[in-house]
Design a protein around this ligand. Structure first.
Ligand SMILES: [Zn+2]
Length: 342
């Protein structure tokens, strides 16, 4: 199938995206607006280009923090949600779980409840306007230690927004092993929150094992170094722990792969691991969800039938009710049939 045909086909099918960092959906227009508000001058092309230059995960995290610094008030997030709505619509993503990392904002004086109030307002408006469902996974963060992560969890529990469905663990995987955060994850689970964690992105399979045993994560963000451990792959398949795969992101951060073709996603799929497809940070990596599916089809040999399975996996792995999953999956089958009959 030609690229344009594929894009047309896959865009017509409703999809879920469950590993997407909210700030990383920002448009260059919003960056320009925030920059002007922040520094009271126009951003130069050079400054914009510099923001998106990074050659490994550490530099990427730095770029992410630079972007976060442009947000000065919780209201600034409204611009971000306009970008998120556009992104979701363009890709026909009808259900999304967005990571939000409050730590750096709280450290510069933002109030958690005020930020979530803006999120709730925007999420509810998008639902009303476009029918698109957005849920939040709060990244309690592994960069600032246990106390900070526990404080984030306590903010979530005190806030009680229905749009927050769980917690995640992102940030520096190398210096902050998962087990440090066990008390936070245990408490979150007891409170009825879902729990996911990035693991096996920057550290070997032992990080995924720790995440499964200490944090009881229901899904693994990336998990790509699992390819180095046959037993771990068997465990992921047997326990049906989905991997949130983000091919372009992994190519950019160069930990395990430097080309899409080298990515282990097809091997995971063949070993019956539940694979889901995501972008991670579309603005930083200049990609989109439809483009990620294209890469899987073109570079990694996923047939169209397998692409459909991946799309259905996105809904199966989502934290929404069984009834909603069934309705979404029915819509996928219908759209697929319609497109195939053309
Ligand atoms: Zn991520």
């Amino acid at each position: 199938m030609k690229k344009s045909e594929f894009f047309d086909f896959i865009t017509s099918v409703p999809k879920a995206e469950i590993h997407l960092h909210s700030e990383a959906v920002v448009s260059t227009k919003t960056i320009g607006t925030l920059y002007k508000k922040h520094f009271n001058k126009e951003m130069t092309k050079q400054e914009l280009d510099n923001l998106f230059v990074f050659s490994n995960l550490t530099e990427f995290v730095q770029a992410f923090i630079t972007l976060q610094k442009l947000f000065n008030t919780p209201e600034d997030f409204e611009l971000l949600f306009d970008d998120i709505e556009n992104y979701l619509k363009e890709n026909n993503i009808v259900y999304s779980e967005l990571f939000f990392s409050p730590s750096s904002f709280i450290r510069k004086g933002f109030v958690f409840d005020e930020m979530i109030a803006v999120f709730d307002k925007c999420i509810n408006a998008i639902k009303k306007r476009s029918g698109i469902e957005i849920k939040i996974l709060v990244d309690v963060s592994r960069t600032f230690g246990l106390e900070n992560a526990m404080a984030n969890l306590n903010y979530i529990l005190a806030n009680g927004s229905k749009n927050i469905v769980g917690i995640g663990l992102g940030g520096d995987e190398v210096h902050n092993p998962a087990e440090i955060y066990e008390p936070v994850f245990t408490k979150a689970k007891e409170a009825g929150l879902h729990v996911v964690a990035h693991a096996g992105e920057d550290v070997g399979p032992e990080s995924v094992w720790n995440t499964l045993s200490a944090l009881k994560a229901e899904r693994i963000g990336h998990g790509i170094t699992s390819i180095q451990d046959e037993k771990l792959m068997q465990e992921l398949a047997a326990k049906k722990i989905p991997l949130e795969i983000c091919v372009t992101s992994n190519v950019f951060t160069k930990k395990l792969v430097t080309k899409a073709k080298e990515h282990p996603v097809k091997k995971f799929f063949e070993k019956n691991i539940v694979v889901t497809v995501n972008t991670d940070d579309p603005a930083f990596f200049n990609t989109s969800l439809v483009n990620e599916y294209w890469i899987l089809h073109k570079e990694l040999g996923f047939s169209m039938d397998e692409i459909k399975t991946l799309i259905l996996n996105g809904f199966n792995a989502a934290f929404c009710s069984k009834q909603k999953k069934s309705a979404y999956k029915k819509a996928v089958e219908e759209a697929w049939l319609k497109k195939t009959a053309e």
